[in-house]
Design a protein around this ligand. Structure first.
Ligand SMILES: *Cc1c(COP(=O)(O)O)cnc(C)c1O
Length: 430
């Protein structure tokens, strides 16, 4: 496969853009490759600057549940553009999308739109702090909630609960209010509640998609809910990724556990920059201008973005059964690849939730970040680059989740499984 034009494009991009990319994971660093530059997407496929085609299992990291250039989304965007790009004043489209979003979830009465998942989570945390009058927050190692200061805290043993910043530029003073717990380990959360009586909220990806795909156990979430209630602490479900991906009605419909605040992003923008956070009317009434907690955005609720989100979500609402179809395909894909791997003596751990799939080259089940980190990164890198040259675009990090879109047919899935079989043979013979 010729990737000359992508290599050249990457060289030039690096002169003007740090690392050549506007979001680090795109640089392919963790798989040791160089990124493919994309010119076009259509349905299940991406085309790069060298004219190569790939089946896209990344879907812009989640948003494109109907694949590239879905007709309904594309038409809605073009129609909206013709009326003006932005007004900085209320539009009917905002209420329409808000009404639609709220209709999917039992846990929220009202929602506010922002322009990214990062912003949604950052604002949700401020709201939780404002509502409770407390400062500390609990997050889980391996969960990603965007790149805002107090959430950029990750590794560290479960013993040292008070977090250290995981990036230069984040003052330790900003993260000293962030306590760390271990995913799927309720004792580690109890320890946080013992260490601090000032916990405003616990934030969790109920279906974690940023350490590979690692769903929280149902029992764990129920105990987490109980702990939060006992301590009058708010529970935030960060479903920026899993919202409308793992299930149409949120993790609450899978687990029976309701959050106090819900954050959304990715799919709700249909490919445009949209994030949102929602809660009960009581909690949301704390937000400015109704209440004292400040939050704002020049392009928040942008009419073009609202139109894209509305087109995508209303299409989902009309086709509620589509999630079962996507889930069956995701299951077939990972099961098929797992069998091919096993035939070559490679053990894979796999997981599926709705249209999300994950796999680890790991002998043992993966329940938390430490388990995920014990996976075979070298094997993943070889698998990734070999699949890419066969025309299959998988996420370029073992800590990312894969996505099925409605454009990915059963036939594409079977071809992918066969390609994986060839590659596992090559890798183990080579
Ligand atoms: C992607 C993601 C975010 C951040 O969203 P951005 O739009 O990239 O800022 C936050 N939380 C979760 C769970 C995510 O997957």
């Amino acid at each position: 496969m010729n990737t000359e034009a992508s290599l050249k494009a990457f060289d030039e991009a690096q002169i003007f853009i740090p690392g050549g990319v506007n979001s680090p994971v795109r640089a392919f660093k963790s798989v040791g490759g160089t990124p493919i530059f994309i010119t076009e997407g259509k349905g299940a496929y991406l085309t790069d600057v060298d004219g190569n085609q790939y089946v896209d299992y990344v879907q812009s990291w989640g948003p494109l549940i109907f694949g590239h250039r879905d007709e309904a989304v594309e038409k809605a965007v073009i129609d909206a553009v013709k009326h003006g790009l932005s007004f900085g004043a209320p539009t009917l489209a905002e209420t329409e999308l808000a009404k639609l979003v709220v209709s999917f979830f039992d846990s929220i009465d009202k929602v506010r739109f922002v322009s990214s998942g990062t912003e949604a989570v950052m604002s949700a945390i401020r709201l939780a702090r404002g509502f409770t009058g407390r400062d500390d927050i609990v997050k889980f190692t391996g969960c990603y909630h965007g790149h805002s200061d107090s959430l950029l805290v990750e590794a560290g043993s479960g013993a040292a609960t008070f977090g250290n910043p995981s990036s230069p530029g984040v003052p330790a003073d900003f993260t000293k209010h962030t306590l760390l717990a271990e995913y799927n380990n309720i004792e580690s959360v109890k320890k946080c509640f013992n260490d601090s009586k000032d916990i405003a909220c616990v934030i969790i990806e109920p279906i974690a998609g940023n350490m590979g795909l690692v769903p929280a156990e149902k029992e764990f979430l129920h105990e987490l809910r109980k702990l939060c209630d006992e301590n009058k602490t708010l529970l935030i479900f960060d479903e920026v990724m899993s919202g409308f991906r793992a299930s149409i009605n949120g993790a609450e419909s899978i687990t029976g556990v309701k959050p106090d605040i819900l954050t959304l992003g990715k799919v709700i923008g249909g490919g445009m920059p949209v994030g949102a956070f929602g809660a009960s009317a009581e909690i949301m009434s704390q937000l400015s201008p109704e209440g004292p907690v400040y939050q704002a955005g020049t392009l928040s609720g942008n009419p073009v973005a609202m139109a894209a989100g509305f087109a995508a979500l209303s299409k989902l609402k009309r086709n509620m059964r589509v999630m079962a179809v996507l889930e069956a395909r995701a299951k077939r894909l990972v099961e098929g690849m797992k069998q091919e791997a096993l035939a070559c003596g490679i053990t894979m751990q796999t997981e599926v939730r709705g249209s999300m799939f994950g796999f680890f080259f790991n002998e043992s089940p993966v329940k938390n970040f430490a388990d995920a980190a014990a996976s075979d990164a070298k094997l993943f890198a070889s698998f990734h680059s070999a699949m890419l040259s066969e025309g299959y675009y998988f996420a370029c990090s073992l800590y990312e989740t894969g996505f099925i879109s409605t454009a990915i047919t059963d036939e594409i899935i079977e071809n992918t499984i066969q390609a994986s079989g060839r590659i596992f043979k090559e890798i183990t013979n080579g």
